[in-house]
Design a protein around this ligand. Structure first.
Ligand code: PRF
Ligand code: ZN
Length: 373
């Protein structure tokens, strides 16, 4: 018996959208679903109990960050990632490659892997496919990601071809070194904005019987229309009966476009990052709680939201906390924003189950004004 399964429970008749249930050793994930980001073994300013109340099922953490601090040995000493951070639900760790490229200086990439300077102590650190898998095996998340090379945007056809081919060779090394049967290894489709490279990568990966698949290398600065094209080309080539995860996405509109193309899982730092800037996400709008109009506004942030924040506090109160830079402001806004995005994907799931997806959410796809970022 496999530790993982993915059951499709409904398919949209007009788009590729689907509703499914992904089962992991730590529980189920009802898809489509947004996954909150807990980079350093915590979702910033939110306790696991509060997080569970937002409707979060699977959450994310990062190999790159945890390797640098506190180090996987300490996480293992604390009983593994789930026990260490007291999150009993499904978890996923990203492999680290992408973070090395976006966050560290002085990185050097070779066939062997990536060498970079630790931003903490200046020490040189090497991450390879084998090392990334070893660290992720030690951390113990339910889903672990292949070590990939995400080319920047823009990059030449030649550069992206090299990165895509290397990502495949690195995947073969990841598969060889992955030992734990209770962890699902997801490969990552790269290929930049070049649809022929995307097609080849997705087709090659689809031939391997992996427990799930990710699409990487989008939302790296390319125009929104290109991202839509990439996702529409790539997602349908991946096995129908496996979960599909679009990495680092997204906004309401991006998620609707991707769900219509057959994507099941998303992650993004937006809800927690914006919360720390005093911004509430309200049904597709961004509200800066510092705005004078909220000073004496005693309504909840969103009257239709049942989160802890909206059930107990007013806009005026949260506005006061934001102005005073009280830490509770960021907790309350994070709880609301995460709930809001999860609720959005849950509502989409409901609409797919009732075959009303296009009617109810189609307008998000056609209106670039709805793009918040
Ligand atoms: N690869 C990995 N993690 C990622 C990405 C990727 O391409 C992205 C791109 N949006 C976000 N996170 N490993
Ligand atoms: Zn709320």
């Amino acid at each position: 018996m496999s530790n993982f399964s993915f059951q499709l429970v409904a398919n949209c008749s007009q788009t590729q959208a689907r509703a499914g249930v992904f089962s992991t050793p730590h529980g189920i994930v009802e898809t489509p679903r947004f996954m909150p980001v807990g980079t350093l073994a915590n979702v910033k300013t939110v306790t696991p109990a509060q997080l569970a109340d937002t409707g979060a099922q699977m959450i994310l953490s990062n190999t790159y960050h945890l390797h640098l601090q506190p180090g996987e040995k300490i996480v293992a000493g604390g009983g593994g990632l789930h026990k260490f951070m007291a999150w009993d639900g499904p978890m996923l760790t990203d492999s680290g490659g992408f973070q090395v490229f976006s966050l560290s200086e002085m990185r050097k990439i070779t066939e062997e892997g990536v060498v970079f300077r630790s931003p903490h102590d200046g020490q040189m650190i090497k991450l390879t496919p084998e090392k990334s898998i070893e660290i992720q095996n030690i951390l113990g998340a339910d889903v672990i990601m292949a070590f990939d090379e995400c080319p920047p945007y823009p990059a030449t056809y030649q550069e992206v071809t090299a990165a895509t081919d290397r990502t495949y060779r690195w995947l073969e090394r990841c598969i060889k070194s992955h030992q734990r049967l209770d962890q699902a290894l997801f490969p990552i489709v790269q290929g930049g904005v070049y649809l022929d490279l995307r097609t080849r990568a997705a087709t090659d990966l689809a031939k391997l019987d992996m427990p799930g698949y990710a699409i990487g290398g989008v939302s790296v600065g390319e125009p929104p229309e290109l991202m839509a094209q990439i996702v529409r080309t790539t997602a349908p080539l991946l096995p129908r009966n496996k979960p599909r995860y679009l990495m680092g996405v997204g906004t309401y509109r991006e998620m609707v476009i991707a769900i219509a193309a057959g994507v099941d899982l998303f992650d993004c730092v937006i809800p927690t990052r914006w919360a720390r800037h005093g911004t509430a996400m309200v049904q597709g709008e961004r509200w800066n709680l510092k705005n004078a109009k909220f000073r004496e506004d005693f309504a909840p942030i969103d009257k239709t939201c049942h989160c802890y924040t909206c059930s107990n506090f007013s806009r005026a109160y949260v506005s006061h906390l934001v102005r005073s830079q009280e830490i509770l402001a960021y907790t309350l806004l994070s709880i609301h924003n995460i709930t809001e995005l999860i609720r959005f994907t849950q509502a989409i799931r409901e609409s797919i189950l009732q075959n009303r997806f296009l009617t109810e959410f189609g307008h998000w796809m056609n209106d670039p004004e709805k793009d918040l970022e």
